[in-house]
Design a protein around this ligand. Structure first.
Ligand code: GLU
Length: 444
């Protein structure tokens, strides 16, 4: 049974990179009829905030992602403490007392000597007396994991064979001096305890994977039972490295800008894959999901492509999909008339004013006589489906105009815009009184 987890740290709002990883987990789980776990990695009390955890859940639901199980790591501290004791007993977790300053000094020294700036494991040689001495001086140890001196390899489902040389990596701190267990550790404990089968996350976790595979082994778990998939990072549209700008592109800010959740999901689900972006729902995206389709190189997040997707989603959206976000009173006929002209849903408000509210109609220079003729040709109510063609025929007869010269002054007068939805659809919605008033004003 496939079981995946999306494991955000609640230290900020979800950005598009996080959302892409969440989607890959979710779509893969759905395709496999497996289980999707939402795990909130909040053991780091200094950096985690409950309001971010809540916002993450809200953003995921908004995006269309539902989870089968969920927990906060902060509710499992006993388990982590228990497992940590085992690692201490086996000597893989060792106490350290060096300060940040001491470590920085040693790092600089190694760099000057042309050596890699890896932690020198001085504390492994600490005698019980020295430790007692340090503790007597009021110091509390933090705990590092002793990595094996090996090179860890795995077959990544996206990136292919990968290796991490652990000798080039510092023994990671797993437990802080205040007892806080850190993500590198708690993640492995939970991946084992919750029987995760597939770890799917960003390429920035490659070194972590090397470390964590070693940690799985130290906990007596065979890491080859897990499959790893690392998604190449997103770059901004200039092809630059994942920039701060992209980091700040959160689901929340996109929602505030009026971008559709389903457009974001459809765009991100296929970004950096060999499938064309299509405005598909989750079920269809899941059916076509495959790690083999991901490119091994970074993918370009292009806001203009996202907006294109947004347009495509809106053009297909049913009235019932959007009714609760349209201006009060908006009808299905209105929606069908305007949806093809929207980049963002909130632009519907402007068109609603055109058909049901007030607009400032421009005075159209030198077209007064024409507009008055058009006004005189405007059919009397009640209007039927033929009001538009009937009116146009009458105007043609009365003025001899055709094409742009006929239509553009009408469009400007009736909508205040030189482009937009079909006048054929808008005119019946705005009604005779409103249309007549605008023609009169534009002619003045
Ligand atoms: N909490 C980690 C993060 O947000 C989880 C990464 C993972 O293992 O998926 O980076």
């Amino acid at each position: 049974m496939t079981k995946v987890r999306f494991a955000p740290s609640p230290t900020g709002h979800l950005h598009v990179g996080n959302a892409r990883a969440a989607l890959a987990n979710y779509l893969y789980a759905r395709r496999q009829h497996g289980v999707f776990l939402l795990r909130i990695d909040d053991t780091d009390a200094e950096r985690s905030r409950p309001e971010y955890a809540e916002a993450i859940e809200h953003d995921l639901r908004w995006l269309g992602i539902e989870w089968d199980e969920s927990f906060h790591q902060s509710s499992r501290l006993e388990l982590y403490a228990e497992v940590a004791e085992k690692l201490k007993a086996s000597g893989r977790l060792y106490p350290c007392f060096e300060s940040e300053d001491e470590l920085r000094f040693k790092r600089d020294l190694r760099l000057k000597q042309g050596k890699p700036p890896v932690y020198d494991r001085a504390m492994l040689r600490l005698t019980p007396e020295q430790r007692a001495q340090a503790e007597a001086n009021g110091k509390r140890p933090y705990w590092r994991f002793r990595l094996t001196d090996t090179t860890v390899t795995w077959i990544d489902r996206v990136l292919g064979q990968r290796l991490v040389k652990l000798t080039a990596v510092s023994d990671p701190v797993l437990i802080r001096a205040d007892g806080t267990p850190l993500y590198t550790f708690t993640s492995v404990v939970d991946d084992i305890a919750t029987e995760i089968t597939d770890v799917i996350r960003g390429e920035d976790h490659i070194t972590n994977t090397g470390i964590q595979i070693d940690l799985f082994g130290a906990l007596g778990f065979n890491p080859s039972r897990l499959s790893f998939s690392h998604l190449p990072l997103l770059t901004d549209s200039d092809g630059g490295k994942l920039s701060k700008r992209l980091d700040s592109l959160t689901l929340r800010s996109l929602r505030g800008d009026g971008v559709e959740a389903s457009a974001i999901a459809a765009y991100l689900a296929r970004l950096g894959t060999s499938d064309d972006p299509e405005p598909l729902g989750m079920a269809e995206l899941a059916a076509s999901f495959s790690f083999e389709k991901y490119s091994k190189s970074s993918a370009r997040f292009d806001i203009s492509q996202l907006l294109t997707m947004n347009r495509r989603v809106l053009h297909m959206a049913e009235f019932s999909d959007v009714a609760d976000r349209l201006p009060t009173g908006a009808t299905e006929a209105f929606w069908l008339a305007v949806r093809g002209n929207l980049d963002l849903l909130n632009e519907a408000r402007g068109w609603w004013d055109v058909v049901a509210g007030e607009i400032v109609a421009p005075v159209i220079e030198n077209e007064g006589d024409y507009l008055i003729s058009a006004l005189e040709a405007l059919p009397a109510e009640p209007w039927d489906n033929f009001v538009w063609p009937n009116w146009i025929d009458a105007i043609k007869d009365a003025t001899g105009r055709k094409g742009r010269a006929l239509f553009m002054p009408l469009r400007l007068a009736l909508t205040g815009e030189d482009h937009g939805p079909e006048l054929r659809d808008l005119l019946p919605l705005m009604g005779r009184a409103r249309a007549a008033e605008r023609l009169r004003m534009a002619a003045a």
